[in-house]
Structure formats: C-alpha cells, structure tokens
Design a protein around this ligand. Structure first.
Ligand code: NAP
Ligand code: 8YV
Length: 323
C-alpha cells in the first residue's frame, strides 16, 4: 500500500518511544517533539493529519490548522489545555487517560500530606546541616492520625485518596458541585465551611474556568494557621499569590504542592519555607503509570481508526459517533 493512503497521525511532545513505534504499526506518524515544530508543517501536511496524540495541549487555533482531524488523543486525565468544546462542535472526538493513574496520583497525595505535616524535607535538611549534633533533637511535628481531611473533588482520584486515608484513621469529608449518591463521607455544599472544619484540604478537581481560583483567600483563611493545603489538581485551582501571602502571614499553616499556575515557574518565595513541600508535577510520574497512560493514548487512536469506537472519551463528546 502506498504511504499516501495510510492514515496520518501527528504526535506533539516527547512521548515514550513505544508510542511512536506502536502507532507506526498502523499509521504514518509525523512527529513534532516541540509545540513550536507544528509551525513548520506545510498546509499540505496539515491537510493530511487525521489523528493527533498530544500532552494535554490542543487549543482552538491548533485544532483549526487540521481541517481533516477526526480524533484528539490526549495524554493525561486532565484536559484543560484541550479545547474539547471547540473540537466536539467540529465533530472531532477527544479522548484522555483516566483511571490508570488513580493509584499513583493518590499515593503521591498521601506522600505530600505526610511529608508536609511531618516536615520531612526540613528534617532531612536539619540532619544534613549537622544541627542534630549541634542543637539536639529536631522540633516535633503533627500526626496525620485521626485528622479531618476535606477532599475538594471526590472523583476517580479523590475516591482513591479517601480510601488510602482510611488506613490513617482520618475522617474524610468532601466538597464538589454535586453530592455523590454512593459514598458515606460527609458532603459539604459550602467549601468555606468545610475548610473551617478541616485539618487538611486536598484539592483534586479538574482545572479550567469552572475551578479557577476556587481555593481563594476566604477558603485559605478558613483552613487557618493550623491547616495544611495540598494541591494535586492544577495550579489554576488555587489563588497562588494569595496562598503565598497566607503562608507568609501565618494565616495558612502549611502547603504540599505538585502543581503551579505557570509551570515550570514556581513562586520563589516558597523555596525558603520549611512548612512547604514542592514537587514538579509528578503525581503520575512512575514508569508503570506513564506506560499505561501511553498505551491508552495509542489504543484510542488504533480503535477509532479500525472500528470507529474509542476507549476513554471525555464527557463533552460522549454523544458523538464512535464515543
Ligand atoms: P474526575 O473523576 O472527573 O473527578 C473530578 C471531581 O471534581 C468530581 O468529583 C467533580 O464533581 C469535582 N468538580 C468538578 N468541577 C468542580 C467544581 N467547579 N467545584 C467543585 N468540584 C468540582 O477527575 P479525576 O480523574 O479524579 O481527576 C481530577 C483532576 O486531577 C484532573 O482533571 C487533573 O486536573 C488532576 N490530576 C493531576 C495530576 C497531577 O499530576 N498532579 C494527575 C492526574 C490528575 P462534580 O462534578 O460533582 O462537581
Ligand atoms: C500528566 C496530569 O502526566 O493526568 C493528568 O491530568 O496532570 C498528569 O498525570 C501530565 O498532565 C502530563 O501531561
């Protein structure tokens, strides 16, 4: 068969090598390791692209470049960087990679809660600086046992976090737009009220306009000087400059953060704070989970172009043909 008749897939970003080699079994693959490489594609090349594999990035103007695009297969469960409404209104399906990462993201969340409350990074530094020898035992920290933890966004990952927290005898409560029918955790319709009642607030909602700065000054003040904020959702969900001020003023007790407003840039004021633990957006970043996510990106493309169905459509396009 001439390569001209084989479906052409564009990959944007540096995927695991298996993604390109698996895609090459069924498709002709055009690789753009960097977003800026897309600009180098000719209009003829853009016309030929029918499928896109992307790291959570497909704004409307990118989608517009590909008049024959049929499927956007996005790596990651969060797809706030993909204009799913624009895609679906143009008949383009969007898929993402839910569930396969629940366990590792929930594990990272537990690690962040423990590391923040037990000041693990500061304790490590204390020892390395020789202060154990010169100053004696390090300061005591707070136990997680029996604490009240409020989950903002009790979805697939939030549920996995809640399950893991039960091992620590924590009392789990939650806030989301809708009360979940099948759970026994207490529901708070009012986020500020929940933050006021909790020792720890875990943020695990999607990003995007609906959750922008959901965790604002009032929520952080309600969580208070003894409270711990954990953000594993998206940087946009927390008002970052208000969070920095609240930590500086001591109105917020501590924070464990995996995500930031302007990644990879992180407010430098946080670097010297011993009550803050920072990780570079790595909640799902294990070889095993990233492989499972990569496989799902490929499966959605292969399935769509072989039988018209996909494994994991985003909710916006479940009514489209093939989802
Ligand atoms: P999910 O199953 O869709 O759960 C999302 C939850 O958030 C739902 O309970 C939803 O409930 C709630 N929610 C949505 N909008 C809300 C709002 N405006 N106010 C309050 N609650 C709201 O998603 P998931 O699979 O658990 O993933 C959640 C998010 O985690 C992803 O979208 C991504 O942004 C983030 N994430 C981050 C990492 C990382 O590396 N740090 C890794 C994976 C995922 P209602 O609809 O009832 O409100
Ligand atoms: C991704 C994530 O790995 O799934 C998500 O929503 O944030 C991470 O698991 C990250 O977005 C890489 O693109």
């Amino acid at each position: 068969m001439s390569t001209d008749t084989i479906t052409k897939i564009l990959t944007i970003g540096t995927f695991f090598p298996s993604v390109n080699s698996d895609l090459q079994k069924s498709f002709t693959v055009v690789e753009c390791p960097n977003r800026t490489d897309v600009e180098k594609l000719s209009p003829e090349q853009c016309n030929e692209i029918e499928g896109l594999a992307t790291f959570g990035w497909a704004p409307a103007d990118l989608i517009e470049k590909f008049p024959n695009l049929k499927l956007i297969s996005s790596f990651g469960v969060g797809y706030d960087g993909v204009d799913a409404d624009h895609a679906t209104s143009n008949g383009i399906l969007v898929t993402h990679t839910p569930d396969v990462l629940n366990d590792d993201v929930a594990n990272t969340t537990i690690v962040l809660i423990l590391a923040t409350m037990r000041r693990i990074i500061a304790q490590d530094k204390y020892l390395r600086e020789g202060r154990w020898v010169t100053e004696g035992n390090a300061p005591l920290t707070k136990s997680i046992r029996g604490k009240k933890v409020g989950i903002v966004g009790l979805g697939r990952i939030g549920d996995a976090i809640a399950e893991k927290l039960s091992v620590f005898q924590c009392e789990t409560v939650y806030h989301s737009r809708n009360e979940k029918p099948d759970v026994t955790y207490r529901y708070y319709e009012n986020l500020i009220e929940m933050a006021h009642d909790c020792d720890v607030l875990v943020v695990i909602t999607p990003g995007g306009p609906a959750t922008n700065k959901l965790i604002n000054r009032d929520v952080m003040n309600a969580l208070g000087s003894e409270g711990t904020l954990i953000n594993v959702a998206r940087g946009t969900v927390v008002d970052e400059s208000e969070m920095v001020k609240a930590l500086q003023d001591g109105r917020l007790g501590a924070a464990g953060l995996d995500v930031f407003e302007d990644e990879p840039n992180v407010p430098e004021e946080l670097f010297s704070m011993e009550n803050v633990v920072l990780t570079p957006h790595v909640a799902s970043a294990t070889w095993e989970t990233r492989q499972a996510m990569s496989d799902l990106v490929v499966e959605n493309l292969v399935s769509y172009f072989s039988n018209g169905t996909v494994e994991t459509p985003v909710p916006e396009c479940v009514d489209l043909h093939g989802a």
